[in-house]
Design a protein around this ligand. Sequence first.
Ligand code: G3P
Ligand code: CA
Length: 387
Amino acid sequence: RSDHGRSVLGICRPHLADPVHRRLPGLIMMKNQYRENTSMLSPSSSRPSQGKGSGLGFFAVLLLLSLLTAYPVLIQAQTTPIIISHRGASGYLPEHTLAAKVLAYGMGADYIEQDVVLTADNIPVVLHDIHLDTVTDVKEKYPDRSRDDGRFYAIDFTLAEIKTLRVHERTDIRSGNTIYPDRFPTGKSTFAVPTLAEEIELIQGLNQSTGKNVGIYPEIKNPAWHREQGKDISVIILKTLTDYGYTNENSKVYLQCFDPDELKRIRFELKTRIKLVQLLGQNFNTMVTPQGLQGLSSYVQGIGPSIWHLVTGKNEAGQFNITPIAKNARAAGLVVHPYTFRVDALPPYVDHYDDLLQLFYIDIGVEGLFTDFPDRTMGFLKKNGLR
Ligand code: G3P
Ligand code: CA
């Protein structure tokens, strides 16, 4: 029985040995590649139109999935799941700073995430938003450089200008308050916006000096919007990845995006061989049917659902309402890497972080998850004999 008083059925997952790559010429994956042996929806204030439709449709589908799965679909993990450090160890240091990435590395993350946008001079930089104003002092440094909507866009600044900014903990764009007031204090120490290349060099350098092999997990942010601005962000990011040796299915990288059309383009037109992950936002309903997931498996190796796509809450009997998405993804040969696991922002149906990890890592059996707290996540895995 699990900690939650529910039976763990111990259903072995259909193995991921041979799945999607047979359908991808040139991609031959090793047997255990997807569960690697090393190792609430986010407060995203600005996630414009990345394949995310109406909020009403989103919740209607969640409700439907919840009703369809009042019984627990529990699958026991077989091998070691991975820790993906969400924007670095962002529970402790400002997100997407090199300091946060080093801390994540030291805490044992298997992969470290980079959200990527472009500067005016076409340099990929590591920032969660296309805007600069929620995590930097751009308003103070460049008060006249906002657009008509009052926002300051990274794409309107050169890298040299962006390098003059100080990064701080994320703030709410309307109130100006910090999103997580108990995290790193605003205005203390000095942090800058890294380029994607700088961050890769940091992680690869640590890999050399420590002998570890930590991976990268970049996300292409708002590709359609970048195209409207006259820039092809995917081509630029792929070139950087290629320059640093991430070229094939064995490379220690997952490239993620919310936009399914862009992922298809990356696979079939730009012809990358690296592993791809389809992120699920609000407009996900057709993608997560069994047929939809089979379709996804023709061009991606995994899905990145939110916590809420997989567990919608508890039923009247106190059981978790687990949707069939993870089970169906696994049947399609896809790994499941949900986001975002935070000690200081638990979903309402659990009281403790370890209970949340038990539910996702052990009961549902996800192959990895995005967390702001890689240390706490590593502690859970060790306690459960998974490290
Ligand atoms: O990419 C996984 C997760 O990070 C998605 O949410 O908004 O934090 O990029 P977001
Ligand atoms: Ca992300």
